[in-house]
Design a protein around this ligand. Structure first.
Ligand SMILES: Nc1nc2c(c(=O)[nH]1)N[C@H]1C(S)=C(S)[C@@H](COP(=O)(O)OP(=O)(O)OC[C@H]3O[C@@H](n4cnc5c(N)ncnc54)[C@H](O)[C@@H]3O)O[C@H]1N2
Ligand code: MOO
Length: 398
C-alpha cells in the first residue's frame, strides 16, 4: 500500500490520535492476592480490621505490671511465672493484667530458675508495646484504585483482609502474524521461508507490561483469509496487531484491509525504523499493522503498544534511566523523521561511549549487543564525538 511520507504523523501525534478515539471498556476481575503482582487495582481497598487486633509485645521479653516497679526494681526471687510476669515475645499477645514489657536482654534466671532483673531498669507503662491498629487501622485506605501493585502491596492487602483482590482485567492484544513465507517455530525454513518469531518476543513483552496476547496462527498473504482473520481478531480483542504486509509489497494487503473497516486511519509514522505502520480505529477498537521486520516490530511495540497499555491501565509510561554518552558515529534520520537509534554503549576508561551496531552485523549480533537507545528528534543530527543523553535498556553497559 502506498503512503505519503508528508501525511505521516509523529509518534506523539499517533499516540494522541489513537488514545482520543479508543473506546475501551475497563473490565474488573478478582484474583487471588498472591497472583496480583503487576496488576492494577480496580477499586480502593481499605483494611477490614485493626491489626494487630489487640496490643502486642514489640520485643522478645516478659510482660510485667509497671506498678510493681513504682519504687524501683522489686525483689523478684519469689515471682511466679504466669502470676507476676509472663513470657511475651515479639508480636505476642499477653493477658490484660500486664501493661509493659521488659526486653529479654534485661532478664535472667538463677540456677533455681528464679527471675533476676537488671537492677538499673526503669520500667514504665507501655514499654515495647505495639498498639492495636499500629500495623493498619480498621478502615484505613491501603491502596487506591489505579495503583499498580508490587510485591509489598500483596502483603499489605492480604494483611488487611483481601484474600482476593479486585483488579483491572488484562488488556487483550490479538497478534496476527501474516506472510506466506512464514513457518511456525520448530519448522526448518525452506528456501523463501522465514520462521515466525515476532510473536515470541512481543508476547513476552506484553506479559511484562501486563497485557495478554492472543496469538493467532500464521495467515498467508491472501486477501480473503486475512480479511476473515482480522474480523475474528477484532471480535476477540481490545487491540489487534496485524504483523507484516505493512509496506509496498505486491502482497501487502493488511493496511488496506484495516483502512476499509476504519472510522479513522493513518499510514506511516515519522520515525525510523518502523515507518510503514498502519493505524486504524475500527468501531472504537484499535488495529495496528505492525511492520514485519523484527526491529521495526520491537520498536512499534515499545513506543506504541506499550504507550497504549499504559493508557488503558491509567499508568504513566515508564521512563528509562538516561545517562550522557559520547557518540562514536553520526546519528540522525532523513529530514522530517525521528531516528530511533538502538545503540551499543560501553565504558571507555570511565567514560560511556555509544554507537549503532555496524550494518555488517547479523540481526542476531545486533539484538545481542544493543543495550541503549536514543530517539534523535527530527531535524537533529549528531556527529561523532557529540555527547547525548542515551537511555539504558536495562542490560549492563559493556
Ligand atoms: N519498496 C519499498 N520496500 C520497503 C519499504 C519501502 O518504503 N519501499 N519499506 C521497508 C520498511 S522500512 C519496512 S519496516 C518493511 C515493512 O515490511 P512489511 O511490514 O511489509 O513486512 P513483510 O514484507 O511482510 O516482512 C518483512 C520481513 O519481516 C519478516 N517477518 C514478517 N513477520 C514476521 C514475524 N511474525 N516473525 C518473524 N519475521 C517476520 C518477513 O519474513 C520479512 O523477512 O518493508 C521494507 N520494504
Ligand atoms: O522500518 Mo523498516 O526497515 O525501517 O524496519
Amino acid at each position: 500500500m502506498k503512503f505519503d511520507h508528508e501525511k505521516a504523523l509523529t509518534r506523539a501525534e499517533v499516540l494522541k490520535a489513537l488514545k482520543a478515539r479508543w473506546e475501551f471498556e475497563k473490565r474488573t476481575e478478582r484474583v487471588p492476592v498472591g497472583e496480583a503482582c503487576g496488576r492494577v487495582l480496580a477499586q480502593d481497598c481499605h483494611a477490614a480490621y485493626d491489626l494487630p487486633r489487640h496490643r502486642v509485645s514489640s520485643f522478645d521479653g516478659i510482660a510485667v505490671r509497671a506498678a510493681d516497679f513504682a519504687q524501683g526494681v522489686p525483689d523478684t526471687c519469689e515471682w511466679v511465672r504466669g502470676v507476676h510476669f509472663t513470657q511475651a515475645d515479639t508480636g505476642d499477645d499477653f493477658p490484660d493484667e500486664f501493661d509493659t514489657i521488659i526486653a529479654a536482654e534485661d532478664v535472667g534466671y538463677d540456677e533455681a530458675g528464679r527471675l533476676i532483673l537488671n537492677s538499673a531498669l526503669e520500667v514504665k507503662v507501655g514499654n515495647a508495646i505495639k498498639r492495636a491498629g499500629a500495623t493498619m487501622g480498621k478502615g484505613e485506605l491501603l491502596y487506591e484504585a489505579g495503583t499498580l501493585l508490587g510485591p509489598e502491596a500483596l502483603a499489605i492487602l492480604a494483611a488487611g483482609g483481601w484474600a482476593e483482590v479486585p483488579v483491572v482485567a488484562r488488556l487483550k492484544v490479538a497478534y496476527l502474524p501474516t506472510g506466506t513465507e512464514l513457518v511456525p517455530v520448530g519448522t526448518v525454513p525452506e528456501r523463501g521461508q522465514n520462521v515466525q518469531t515476532n510473536s515470541l518476543m512481543l508476547g513476552a513483552y506484553f506479559a511484562q507490561w501486563g497485557a495478554e496476547m492472543i496469538a493467532y496462527d500464521i495467515v498467508a498473504d491472501d486477501r480473503a483469509a486475512l480479511s476473515i482473520a482480522i474480523d475474528r481478531a477484532l471480535a476477540e480483542a481490545d487491540v489487534v496487531l496485524v504483523n507484516g504486509g505493512s509496506s509496498r509489497g505486491s502482497e501487502d494487503f493488511n493496511s488496506e484491509l484495516l483502512q476499509e473497516r476504519a472510522s479513522w486511519f493513518s499510514h506511516g509514522v515519522k520515525a525510523v525504523p518502523g515507518r510503514p505502520i498502519g493505524l486504524a480505529v475500527i468501531e472504537g477498537k484499535l488495529a495496528i499493522n505492525v511492520p514485519g521486520p523484527m526491529i521495526a516490530a520491537y520498536l512499534a511495540a515499545d513506543w506504541l503498544v506499550r504507550g497504549l497499555v499504559c493508557h488503558y491501565y491509567g499508568q504513566p509510561m515508564p521512563q528509562r534511566v538516561k545517562v550522557p554518552a559520547v557518540l562514536d558515529a553520526p546519528l540522525g534520520a532523513r529530514p522530517g523523521f525521528e531516528h530511533l537509534a538502538r545503540l551499543v554503549a560501553h565504558d571507555v576508561g570511565g567514560v560511556l561511549h555509544a554507537a549503532p551496531v555496524p550494518n555488517s552485523a547479523t540481526l542476531a549480533e545486533n539484538i545481542r549487543s544493543v543495550n541503549a537507545f536514543l530517539a534523535v528528534p527530527a531535524g537533529v543530527r549528531y556527529e561523532a564525538g557529540d555527547v547525548a543523553d542515551i537511555e539504558l535498556l536495562g542490560t549492563k553497559a559493556r
